[in-house]
Design a protein around this ligand. Structure first.
Ligand SMILES: [Zn+2]
Ligand SMILES: [Zn+2]
Length: 102
């Protein structure tokens, strides 16, 4: 995965921790190269509890690595709640038409 901001490719880390930083932006996991980490307009998502940008995004959840707070990613918030509002009525109407009950 390249740097989300400048598109630089991550080189193989030379032993030890990679200088690249992981973050979440628009609820997507992104990587930030060492150069871009020095900028102050990274526009990363921040934890709503502690304000840290050390977040990881996975399976529709955004977890803060600083304080451990977990929240649902907005993009996934409807996935677990079944059909979106309005659909069940449409399905029911369609079924009624098929069954001749309209
Ligand atoms: Zn970069
Ligand atoms: Zn936090």
């Amino acid at each position: 995965m390249p740097c989300y901001r400048c598109g630089a490719r991550q080189t193989d880390p030379v032993r030890g921790a990679s200088p690249w930083k992981r973050g979440v932006r628009d609820e997507s996991q992104v990587l930030i190269c060492p150069d871009c980490q020095r900028l102050h307009d990274l526009d990363l998502d921040a934890c709503g509890t502690c304000g840290s940008t050390a977040l990881i995004c996975r399976l529709g959840e955004v977890e803060c690595r600083a304080c451990g707070a977990v929240r649902m990613a907005h993009a996934e918030s409807f996935a677990g709640s079944g059909a979106p509002p309005g659909l069940s009525a449409e399905v029911e109407a369609a079924l009624n038409r098929v069954l001749g009950r309209a």
